[in-house]
Ligand binder design. Structure first.
Ligand code: NAD
Ligand code: UDP
Ligand code: UDP
Length: 318
């Protein structure tokens, strides 16, 4: 038997047909694992995993994780949840249910089959942060009744559930707090800033800056993020996180727009729009813990990552 078959794991990826999930499924298949992608295709698309459909170790299951699911697994990556503000605010109650009921079901499943389970948490647990850069020990600054709360508080409650299952049942849990990540297979109408700006620039349409563009984000390329997820899953049982994963290079949104216009060679002009409620002013991960525990840091710089992402959208929209 080949080495790969001997070490083959049955891995479940919820949200596997989404942007990050599809890259994770691909990576896990390349490593020789048996991958079950569980997705209700709300923001994910079959197109994202079409190239994996003929792979003998890949399976797509259309299922909403707010309902129980009974299957066998060695590892579960829980990524199911809309991630872009326009999508998570479309049906906010369903967003909270996906994070909270979804976490309960995934944890119940992991408990029954003895699987390791990783939660795709988010920098949004820090809200509009008053500590900068954000370390894992910061408890955050979230408006619990604002329009972003369905996402932020849902993700915070999911973290609580993960830790309570660990305290109650000694389960091997892992929590990764993901900061803004971008790359090929973002949905062109996803509404997030990188995909919006690239699509607008390619069409030579005005670039929509919300506010004055002085707010910052730190953008991580998808391959780097997938690497962090896999490394965290592979840590010993006593490592639970939460661990931040993101690129610590902070970029103002206006500077991002200018970078994208230049990289595309676009004639787009910049147009300012009102800033949405509760939009965080700044965000940058402190990744010391990821460096220490996972020996991880991002390798792809923003210019290189944007180039690859622009190439993807150029082909998609051609
Ligand atoms: P995405 O919207 O592309 O993927 C989410 C996937 O979950 C989609 O395929 C969607 O159809 C699926 N889904 C949603 N609700 C579901 C449900 N109830 N049952 C089953 N499937 C469901 O977003 P993404 O960027 O790939 O994000 C993946 C995960 O990573 C999310 O949990 C998100 O919160 C987290 N995250 C992403 C980022 C980022 O910058 N991309 C940052 C922080 C956290
Ligand atoms: N669950 C699931 N798959 C399983 C085991 C459990 O979806 O293989 C769901 C189950 O429906 C339950 C939830 O996970 O609602 C939590 O399970 P747990 O065993 O922790 O709690 P209980 O069943 O005692 O409520
Ligand atoms: N943003 C913007 N124009 C857009 C989309 C987003 O100026 O077309 C801004 C948004 O207000 C926020 C930042 O870019 O300040 C990042 O937005 P995104 O939705 O990508 O991520 P999040 O706010 O969840 O970090």
């Amino acid at each position: 038997m080949s080495e790969k078959r001997l070490t083959r794991k049955r891995v479940v990826v919820t949200g596997g047909a989404g942007f990050l999930g599809s890259h994770l499924c691909e990576r896990l298949l390349n490593e020789g694992h048996d991958v079950l992608c569980v997705d209700n295709l709300f923001t994910g698309r079959k197109d994202n995993v079409l190239h994996l459909m003929d792979h003998p170790l890949f399976e797509l299951m259309r299922h909403d994780i707010t309902f129980p699911l009974y299957l066998e697994a060695d590892e579960i990556y829980n990524l199911a949840c809309p991630a872009s503000p326009i999508h998570y605010q479309f049906d906010p109650v369903q967003t909270t249910k996906t994070s909270v009921h979804g976490a309960i079901n995934v944890l119940g499943l992991a408990k029954r089959v003895g699987a390791r389970v990783l939660q795709a948490s988010t920098s949004e647990v820090y809200g509009d942060p008053q500590v900068h850069p954000q370390t894992e020990s910061y408890w955050g600054h979230v408006n619990p009744v604002g329009p972003r709360a369905c996402y932020d508080e849902g993700k915070r409650c999911a973290e609580t559930l993960f830790f309570d299952y660990r305290r109650e049942y000694s389960m091997p849990i892992k929590i990764l707090r993901i900061f803004n990540t971008y790359g090929p297979r973002m949905h062109p109408q996803d509404g997030r800033v990188v995909s919006n700006f690239i699509v607008q620039a390619l069409h030579h349409e005005p670039i929509t800056i919300y506010g004055d563009g002085s707010q910052t984000r730190s953008f991580c390329y998808v391959d780097d993020l997938v690497e962090a997820m896999i490394r965290l899953m592979d840590t010993p049982d006593e490592v639970t996180g939460p661990v931040n994963a993101g690129n610590p290079v902070e970029t103002p949104i206006l500077a991002l727009a200018e970078k994208i216009i230049a990289a595309v060679g676009s004639k787009s002009e910049i147009r300012m729009h009102p800033l949405p409620a509760d939009d965080p002013r700044k965000r940058r991960p402190d990744i010391s813990l990821a460096k220490e525990l996972l020996d991880w840091e991002p390798e792809v710089d923003l210019d290189t990552g944007l180039e690859r992402t622009i190439e993807y959208f150029r082909e998609l929209l051609a």
